[in-house]
Design a protein around this ligand. Sequence first.
Ligand SMILES: O=P(O)(O)OC[C@@]1(O)O[C@H](CO)[C@@H](O)[C@@H]1O
Length: 309
Amino acid sequence: MILTVTLNAALDITYRVRELRPHGTHRVSEVTERPGGKGLNVARVLAVLGHEVTVTGFTGGATGRVVQEQLAGTPGVLDALVPVSGATRRTTAVVDELTGDTTQLNEPGPTVTSAEWSAFQEAYRSLLGGVSAVALCGSLPPGVPVGAYAGLVRTARAAGVPVLLDTSGEPLRRGVAARPDIVKPNADELAELTGSHDPLRATQDARRRGARTVVASLGARGLLAATPEGTWHATPPARVHGNPTGAGDSAVAGLLSGLVERLPWPDRLARAVALSAATVLAPAAGEFDRAAYEELLGRVAVTGDATAA
Ligand SMILES: O=P(O)(O)OC[C@@]1(O)O[C@H](CO)[C@@H](O)[C@@H]1O
């Protein structure tokens, strides 16, 4: 069983429009609604890969009920979301059919009280008892302390559960200092954390700040991993075009599944890159094109060496 934490869960809405123009009125040609927030996307991909997943975080209001109803219909995913008095947010991705570009609008999320935050931490401690890995994913809703992920990383480490962190800004900075097993920043998040725009330098710097392994997602350039066993770069065979929302979450699912299956790092990275590219090819966030994944997997190039770290 793998645990994913989405403190700021969402109902992900994807709109397709012919052409997105500021100040314009748009006719939406297609609407999809899915449970979202990064950890819920990670969970859905893990479940399709055949892993059992428990999801936790917060849920509230009418939007929260829609998210939970949809989770109940997702095989392999167990709902352990903790109720709050506020309402779960909506996040909206607008796909421009003409350019293929996606514009993202993310609501802030419900305000979490200190009693609700304490209830979550208690639930989290007890869930850690039955899992082989945990992923802490996404932004923090208002009211949750900025050091929340640092605390959750320490609790997982104390319980002997490997922990992956995927967030940004100050929560990432503090979380990294708490020594997670893996962090997965994108290029911007890594540059903000380290002040360096050189991904190789920045991943090594992030390791010195406390993360055991740093896997940077570099968009079309794939993944760069600095691990205690070596440094590797995994690149997709070709640039893929589509909706990139959730591509990073699929990479996290690839890394986590590889961790619990004890795959060597090059295989984990190849899986993560193939899943990520296959997610860009699927129309809605948090889904991937299975056939494309299987086809891409054998064509991901992994370079690097096992002693360079
Ligand atoms: O606001 P956050 O928590 O940083 O990100 C939320 C979000 O944009 O990330 C996912 C894609 O990674 C979407 O499903 C989701 O709505």
